[in-house]
Design a protein around this ligand. Structure first.
Ligand code: T4K
Length: 393
């Protein structure tokens, strides 16, 4: 018989955490700095349409990515759409399925077809060999994703794009402050898009940033995200601007970025230490030669070894008030409308999606919290088959 979440509590029904422990807690920075900025914007009576706080935020993000231009947007999904629209991409867009569904929906919403390509299991990002094989006369662009801030195979993808005359863009939603061979993510391909959603390492409540070295592209994007005004050549634009309130939060969160990365890294290392040697539970690695923001602590749960499926572990954690997330499962190709419209089998993506779990981290999560989360995982993994039988799973 299937049981409710609370019947599955491992610690005698007493919640291990009295308050929910979330992954994705916002990095809000210094509240006084935020409120001062908001006051300043109100006094200034300039609230949106390329105000001074947005301009300052754009400059800081461009500097961080090591590029000439950043166009701040209302979110990253709209940023991806603007890029594809500006480049007049048609037909098919080759992309991974192992990503948040926003990447695929951004493409589909424009009437383009996402062509899902399997990943390189070492990186979780597009496998260039399979990208090459997926190119057809209908291909309009390649859209890579730097999953969890780990870099895509940027050189190989650039070579494929150049050979076939394709645009190459990156969804860099997770990748602020990360590098590929010491070069900042954000500076590859024709352009990249960061997300500043509340749950990201730097947040502007909602927000995105398109970064590119191409001044003409940036100028056209700037017009396109403001109804196309001021640039007759771009056609019909839309409203995808960032507000001054969002930029106030973005700038404040950015001031806390270095501290957030340091605490994320310490959290990641503690999880690693606590879970090391636990059969069937493995944390994904970050290349020590690269920079990463360590924003995601991703554990892979091998049910064949633990006797406990990832979904049941998520339920057990939830019963103890720990809100972890299956980022990203199922893969986009297994979600509607894609699975009905264009069924495809992607073995590496499916294998990874079956195992993945994003654990609570961020500046609001204490070392004691992490030890307790790991206690729960250890107990669950030690009794996997029995718990599975009891849950009727
Ligand atoms: N590409 C990639 C690879 C992405 O990961 C994303 C977004 C995008 C593109 C699109 O970027 P945007 O257009 O959003 O800028 C969340 C976010 O909504 C989404 O932005 C993010 N990726 C995705 C990974 O996560 P949900 O539906 O899973 O979020 P939700 O509400 O379940 O929250 C996740 C966790 O964060 C929970 O444990 C609660 C906690 N949380 C959340 C919010 C909003 C907080 O503690 N405080 C908060 O304010 O999608």
């Amino acid at each position: 018989m299937k049981r409710g979440v609370h019947d599955l509590a491992l610690f005698g029904g007493d919640a291990a955490f009295l308050q929910p422990l979330y992954m994705g807690r916002p990095n809000t920075g210094d509240r006084k700095r935020l409120l001062d900025r908001l006051e300043w914007a109100l006094d200034n009576r300039w609230l949106t349409n390329g105000g001074p706080l947005v301009r300052e935020f754009e400059q800081r993000i461009a500097d961080l990515a090591g590029v000439r231009n950043c166009v701040a947007t209302c979110n990253a999904t709209a940023g991806l759409q603007l890029l594809l629209r500006e480049a007049e991409v048609t037909g098919e867009v080759i992309m991974p399925s192992m990503t948040f569904v926003a990447t695929a929906h951004a493409v589909r919403w424009l009437g383009l077809r996402p062509v899902f390509c399997d990943i390189d299991p070492d990186t979780g990002c597009l496998d260039p060999k399979l990208v090459e094989a997926a190119v057809t006369p209908r291909t309009g662009a390649i859209l890579g994703v730097h999953l969890w801030g780990r870099p895509s195979r940027v050189d190989e993808l650039a070579a494929i794009a150049a050979e076939h005359g394709l645009k190459l863009f990156y969804d860099a939603a997770h990748a602020l402050g990360c590098t590929s061979r010491q070069r900042r993510l954000g500076s590859f391909g024709d352009a990249e898009v960061f997300s500043f959603h509340a749950t990201k390492v730097v947040n502007s409540f909602e927000g995105g940033g398109i970064v590119t070295d191409d001044d003409t592209r940036a100028e056209r994007l700037r017009a396109l995200h403001n109804f196309g005004l001021g640039h007759d050549g771009v056609g019909a634009g839309i409203n995808a601007k960032m507000s001054e309130a969002a930029a106030a939060m973005g700038l404040t969160s950015l001031e806390a970025f270095a501290d957030a990365v340091a605490s994320n890294r310490a959290n990641y290392e503690l999880y690693r230490q606590e879970l090391s040697g636990l059969p069937g539970v493995r944390l994904i690695d970050y290349d020590p030669a690269e920079r990463n923001n360590y924003h995601y602590v991703i554990a892979l749960i091998d049910a064949g070894v633990t006797g406990l499926h990832r979904d049941l572990l998520l339920t057990l954690l939830r019963a103890e008030n720990v809100v972890a997330q299956p980022y990203f499962s199922p893969g986009c190709h297994q979600r509607e409308p894609y699975r009905t419209e264009h069924p495809v089998s992607l073995p590496h993506t499916e294998h990874l999606a079956e195992q993945v779990i994003a654990l609570p981290t961020g500046p609001a999560v204490s070392r004691e919290d992490i030890r307790r989360v790991c206690d729960i995982i250890r107990v669950a993994a030690a009794h996997g088959p029995r718990i599975t039988a009891q849950a009727g799973a």
